[in-house]
Write a protein that binds this ligand. Structure first.
Ligand code: 7JW
Ligand code: MG
Length: 214
């Protein structure tokens, strides 16, 4: 019995999903986390909303804050057009290592680059070190107390352009009240709320989309 939950999730994927089939990896993680052990993947209900917004945005450049085991990274990567640049930031090296193996098994490792470290340390390096100009799409799913400071940091670092789409998970549970207050009261954002439920639970949650107006 592997010692940590994330390793057990990876083992379940390796034994139950189909190598090179991203959707089977997503489905296997959802099956394990709804039947065996809860984990903080965005899940299928919110995941379908994520899919719709990624497809509508059709980003050339995408950023994810909070990789965890790579569940949302696989969902996003499978929707990206060829040649799109997708970076995902993960502070926890153990989780980053699990996500790397999930991406490789799903066959999306060529589409996605994991940046290990804290968002506050990595965001200021994105233009210089990672040759990024601006992001078309950003999925915010790390720690809710970083949502607002990192959004401001993205603005200050010139990483947003007119039309950049920010999509934040967990704005109801665990909650990101200061982020909602910031983007909903800032004239530079056009906000839309997508009511849903906490992954694998009946608890209410929601995604918030904030489109940067420039
Ligand atoms: O989707 C999520 C859910 C939770 C979470 C934790 C504990 C609970 F009881 C309920 C929900 C934490 C998260 N942290 C970072 C990114 N996403 C998260
Ligand atoms: Mg989340």
């Amino acid at each position: 019995m592997p010692q940590i939950k994330e390793q057990r999730i990876l083992d379940y994927v390796l034994q139950n999903a189909v190598k090179g089939d991203p959707q089977s990896v997503v489905d296997a993680i959802d099956k394990y986390c709804s039947e065996k052990e809860w984990a903080m993947n965005v899940g299928n209900e919110k995941g379908l909303i994520l899919d719709k917004i990624v497809s509508e945005t059709n980003p050339s450049t995408a950023l994810e804050l909070g990789t965890y085991c790579g569940y949302s990274g696989v969902r996003i990567a499978q929707l990206l057009k060829p040649g799109a640049c997708f970076l995902t930031v993960e502070k926890n090296p153990v989780h980053a290592a699990i996500a790397k193996q999930i991406f490789e098994f799903a066959g999306v490792q060529e589409k996605i680059k994991i940046l290990e470290g804290s968002s506050e340390e990595i965001i200021p390096q994105l233009k210089s070190k990672h040759k990024v100009n601006t992001f078309d799409f950003i999925f915010i799913d790390h720690w809710s107390d970083r949502y607002t400071p990192d959004t401001k940091l993205l603005e200050e670092c010139g990483l947003l352009k007119q039309g950049s789409v920010l999509l934040a998970d967990n704005v109801i549970y665990p909650g990101a009240p200061d982020f909602l207050q910031y983007v909903r009261n800032c004239s530079r954002y056009e906000c839309t709320n997508y009511p849903s439920h906490l992954e694998y639970m009946d608890k209410e949650d929601a995604l918030e989309k904030a489109v940067f107006k420039g």
